[in-house]
Design a protein around this ligand. Structure first.
Ligand SMILES: Cc1cc2nc3c(=O)[nH]c(=O)nc-3n(C[C@H](O)[C@H](O)[C@H](O)COP(=O)(O)O)c2cc1C
Length: 177
């Protein structure tokens, strides 16, 4: 199996991290892979804020139900949609999803763990104020990153047959999974 397929299949959301720091080099690799995601018209509608400052992390932790994940992480990346670069809201949001997936997969390759935090969007205004982000930017996600605490992580998915159809919506795709 190719490394890419293994990485996709082995990635799990990681919510517990060791005290080991994440290197500047790894952060730059993550950002590089994030910016190489595809986007409509190649308009690259994303902006990233790398957060390592303890005070800022504490303030962000107060914006979410998942404060322990935020407090335990070594690096946070806030992902924003730059409305000035936007050409189609839905397509740009999808492009941002692709760039976030690149972040998550790159973390796996670097031996890091990460989780995509979306619940914090409920407090987007508070987050924008903590990060001093101008109004024209839309908060998309917070990614928590760190060296994973070793433990088994499981997840599940619906079968391909439940999700897929053959030629027409009326006929299920009969796959092997
Ligand atoms: C849009 C989105 C929002 C998410 N928000 C949260 C969140 O706020 N807190 C959290 O712990 N996990 C969050 N997750 C992670 C999901 O819970 C996780 O991806 C899902 O349970 C499948 O598990 P897996 O990533 O280990 O395969 C989010 C994932 C996505 C894609």
């Amino acid at each position: 199996m190719s490394t890419t397929i293994e990485t996709i299949l082995n990635r799990r959301s990681v919510r517990e991290y060791t005290d080991e720091p994440v290197s500047e080099k790894d952060i730059n690799t993550i950002l590089d892979c994030a910016r190489w995601a595809p986007s409509g018209l190649n308009n690259q509608p994303w902006k990233f804020i790398v957060i390592q400052d303890e005070n800022t992390i504490n303030n962000l932790a107060q914006c979410t139900h998942y404060s322990s994940i935020v407090l335990g992480s070594k690096v946070l990346i806030a992902v924003y949609l730059d409305n000035a670069e936007m050409y189609h809201h839905d397509k740009d949001v999808m492009a941002i999803g692709a760039s976030i997936q690149n972040i998550l997969l790159t973390c796996v390759e670097l031996g890091l763990g990460s989780v995509w935090l979306g619940e914090i969007l409920k407090q987007a205004e508070k987050v924008n104020s903590v990060l001093e982000v101008p109004e024209s930017y839309e908060f998309m996600a917070l990614i928590a990153i760190g060296k994973p605490v070793e433990k088994e992580r499981t997840s599940s998915r619906k079968s391909i047959a439940e999700l897929t159809f053959e030629n027409k919506f009326s006929k299920k795709w009969i796959g092997s999974n």
